[in-house]
Design a protein around this ligand. Structure first.
Ligand code: AMP
Ligand code: ZN
Length: 139
């Protein structure tokens, strides 16, 4: 629990939320400023900022909840698709420093874009640079 974290305070019941799912490790609630009807946030109850901070079993529990919830959200709002995403750090747009998975229902013609729309100019990387990056990731 982090005292100044709004999602810890929601988990603790200090701040109300429209909870749609709860188990021992995970809570999900409607986003208070939804991008579309049914926009849901899925959070681990324990405070961790980044996906890589989560113990492996907790990340599995979070994504199991995402998997279970997505069709329920879909049925509730008659969605045609979903964008499922994490802003994993402030440079990616994370405003609440408690990991959360956004489940955003999508509709044909909703005016939104694909995940490819999240960055500005794309880098122009040649084959050697792509090979180097792949090598670095593989370690
Ligand atoms: P992010 O930019 O990924 O950190 O997203 C934070 C999300 O939390 C935003 O979509 C907000 O609308 C949402 N949010 C902030 N405060 C609350 C709250 N008290 N209850 C529900 N959602 C919230
Ligand atoms: Zn927190």
């Amino acid at each position: 629990m982090s005292d100044d974290c709004i999602f810890c305070r929601i988990v603790d019941g200090e701040i109300p939320s429209r909870t749609v799912y709860e188990d021992d490790e995970v809570l999900a609630f409607l986003d208070a400023n939804p991008l579309s009807p049914g926009h849901t946030l899925v959070v681990p109850k324990a405070h961790h900022q980044f996906l890589s901070d989560l113990p492996a079993d907790l990340s599995a529990s979070v994504f199991a909840a995402v998997r279970e919830l997505t069709p329920r959200v879909q049925r509730a709002v008659d969605a045609e698709a979903h964008t499922i995403a994490v802003n994993d750090g402030p440079a990616a747009g994370q405003e609440v420093p408690h990991l959360h998975v956004h489940v955003v229902p999508r509709f044909e013609g909703d005016g939104g874009g694909p995940i490819h729309a999240i960055t500005g100019d794309r880098p122009d990387l040649d084959d050697d640079e792509l090979d180097d990056i792949a090598d670095d990731i593989r370690g």
